[in-house]
Design a protein around this ligand. Structure first.
Ligand SMILES: [Zn+2]
Ligand SMILES: [Zn+2]
Length: 180
């Protein structure tokens, strides 16, 4: 046991609309033994923009996020309203370094409005929390979980996010208890 991990949450590009980082912080801290620091000022990620796709290359975004690391930094969680992609996929909800410092997720496709249905602050907050926990889970060495209902289940569609719990299954939790 190495004690409580420090996680720095950083808005990327600009502040995500309708998302309370304070609410996200308390949600994460209720599930994971981490202490969250929120950096209020967004970090510029313009250089990660793919102008032809009008999306941001998430691997480049992770590299930009890593430039924000300080000597004591344990984990960096970026949150951006911009749409993310990796070249082989149409989009990604997020990306993380397995067992390493940096994770990012996008709120772009977490809004009901994106799918033409009425906005729901509650659903948006729940999806943000699940994405944050999922990507942080990767940084703590967890891979996709297929055996149980678990926040580490992979999500292709927003419905997949809605179906999974905002918590880790027992085997994933046991892994976290060893590494955290
Ligand atoms: Zn994943
Ligand atoms: Zn699991």
């Amino acid at each position: 046991m190495s004690g409580v991990r420090e996680v720095t949450v950083i808005p990327l590009g600009t502040h995500p609309r309708d998302v309370s980082l304070e609410e996200l912080r308390s949600g994460i801290e209720q599930i994971l033994p981490v202490r969250i620091t929120i950096r209020p000022r967004p970090v510029d990620i313009d250089s990660a923009l793919d102008a032809s796709r009008k999306q941001y290359h998430s691997t480049s975004v992770l590299a930009l996020l890593l430039q924000q690391a300080e000597p004591h930094t344990e984990r960096l969680l970026g949150i951006t309203p911009y749409d993310l992609f990796v070249p082989v996929l149409t989009f990604v909800f997020g990306q993380a370094q397995l067992n390493n410092l940096a994770a990012v997720f996008s709120t772009f496709r977490l809004h009901n409005e994106f799918y033409g249905i009425p906005r729901s602050g509650e659903q948006l907050a729940a999806r943000c929390l699940k994405e944050a926990l999922h990507e942080l889970g990767h940084t703590f060495g967890l891979r996709h979980c297929i055996d149980h209902p678990c926040v580490m289940n992979s999500s292709t569609y927003v419905e997949d996010i809605d179906l999974k719990p905002a918590d880790f299954c027992l085997p994933c939790r046991e892994h976290l208890e060893i590494v955290l």
